[in-house]
Design a protein around this ligand. Structure first.
Ligand SMILES: [Zn+2]
Length: 259
């Protein structure tokens, strides 16, 4: 029997009572498991296999495949369900992880990133925009798409006041070295955005969530991280489109600031 901590990132009903779940585990990447009788099981073992349940799973090894045996919940993230915006953002994170992290991948750092994002999303101590930016950029770095953010590619300037970030190439030029302001695939950003990008990518994980920037800078950062991630993964996500529609609607109601 193999025991691994993990979080459920997807569930699909099968027949009347069973379901398949995808679990982001610490050591085995994303594992698909069949849970028999899941939909009539109440109590601890039922909650341990629902979406966004972080649990200690027991798997059996059959051939080279892990199959679900049992689970004990560690944290269920019930607080996410209080807000359509929060649950939508969490669903977007989960879809991206399901897309990027494969079986047998070493996934402890991605699991930690996801758990921390959900933790701050649940307790509301960080803005949704900030969590989205951190998730997108840090995830890209964890899976081998770290942007090149050390210096201007033309002259080596370390910290120009404004710069042009190349979405495709993942690097930047200062405004003296950049030639074509009309070209696609570039974003003009100010120095604080570069500093935030560097913080997210380069800082120790324990300090990743600790930085403060203005709302305008956060919006620019969020646009940059989203465009960079979608470009690297070469696809779009319906859950992202839905999250954005929900976040905007809540803003228009005046009940919640746009994230
Ligand atoms: Zn330069």
């Amino acid at each position: 029997m193999i025991i691994s901590e993990g979080i459920v990132i997807r569930e699909r009903p099968v027949g009347e009572q069973d379901k398949f779940i995808d679990i982001l585990t610490k050591e085995n990447g994303v594992v698909e498991a069949s849970v028999r009788g899941a939909r009539k099981t109440a109590g601890k073992s039922g909650s341990a296999t629902q979406l966004f349940a972080y649990s200690r799973f027991c798997f059996d090894l059959r051939g080279d495949r892990l199959t679900y045996n049992s689970a004990e919940p560690i944290h269920i993230f019930y607080g996410l369900r209080s807000s359509l915006s929060k649950i939508s953002l969490a669903s977007y994170f989960a879809e991206v992880i399901g897309d990027c992290i494969h079986p047998e991948a070493q996934s402890a750092d991605v699991l930690r990133l996801f758990l921390n994002c959900l933790h701050y999303l649940e307790n509301g101590r960080r803005s949704e925009t900030m969590l989205k930016a951190i998730f997108e950029l840090r995830l890209m770095s964890e899976i081998g798409f770290m942007p090149d953010i050390i210096m201007c590619r033309g002259c080596g300037a370390f910290e120009p006041e404004e710069l042009f970030f190349c979405i495709d190439g993942g690097g930047f030029y200062c405004s003296d070295c950049f030639e074509d302001e009309e070209a696609d695939g570039w974003m003009k950003v100010e120095k604080p955005v570069l500093q935030a990008v560097r913080h997210i990518v380069l800082t120790d994980f324990d300090r990743t969530f600790n930085f403060r920037i203005s709302d305008d800078t956060m919006s620019e950062l969020s646009e940059l991280t989203e465009r960079y991630m979608l470009c690297r993964l070469e696809r779009s996500y319906k859950t992202l489109d839905f999250y954005k529609s929900v976040a905007v609607r809540e803003d228009n109601n005046g009940s919640k600031k746009i994230q």
